[in-house]
Write a protein that binds this ligand. Structure first.
Ligand SMILES: [Zn+2]
Length: 76
């Protein structure tokens, strides 16, 4: 039997903490995620775009490490 050594730590897509929707700060409507998550997942510094369904404003959010790993922040 072949044994392939797995040197890559698997990251489940379910671990992603980038929300599919955010609340529009202008009108309180729902902004839907426009960006597709890359196969390797989002990284800090990536820009993700949201479009508000109500006022059609576009929001570009730069991801910070805390956005991707809640444990990196202390909460609060
Ligand atoms: Zn809006």
């Amino acid at each position: 039997m072949w044994r392939v050594r797995d040197t890559v730590t698997p990251v489940s897509p379910a671990e992603s903490t980038v929300p599919k929707t955010i609340i529009c700060v202008d009108c309180g409507g729902t902004c839907h995620l426009l960006s597709y998550e890359p196969d390797e997942g989002f990284e800090p510094g990536d820009i993700v775009a949201f479009r508000c369904a109500d006022c059609l404003d576009r929001w570009d959010i730069e991801l910070a490490a805390e956005d991707l790993d809640p444990r990196a922040g202390s909460g609060d």
